[in-house]
Design a protein. Structure first.
Length: 72
């Protein structure tokens, strides 16, 4: 069995899902409803991504990592 991931525009999602569900050889798995991750963890990750996209992050060179973490 093969698995694929598709990005569907919101405006076409309903139509696409009706089409796919009409195919007897396709199994639809709703990853969002079956997530094994806690909602708090997902929220933290999404917040971190948003902060990164806004430029709110610190860049550290590999050589300076131990000093940054205070473990030298």
């Amino acid at each position: 069995m093969k698995q694929i991931t598709l990005n569907i525009p919101d405006s076409k999602y309903s139509f696409f899902m009706q089409l796919v569900k009409s195919l007897n050889f396709v199994q639809v798995v709703d990853k969002e409803s079956e997530s094994s991750y806690s909602p708090a963890l997902v929220e933290k990750i999404q917040k971190s991504r948003q902060e990164y996209h806004e430029g709110n992050f610190v860049s550290i060179e590999k050589e300076n990592l131990k000093g940054f973490l205070g473990i030298e």
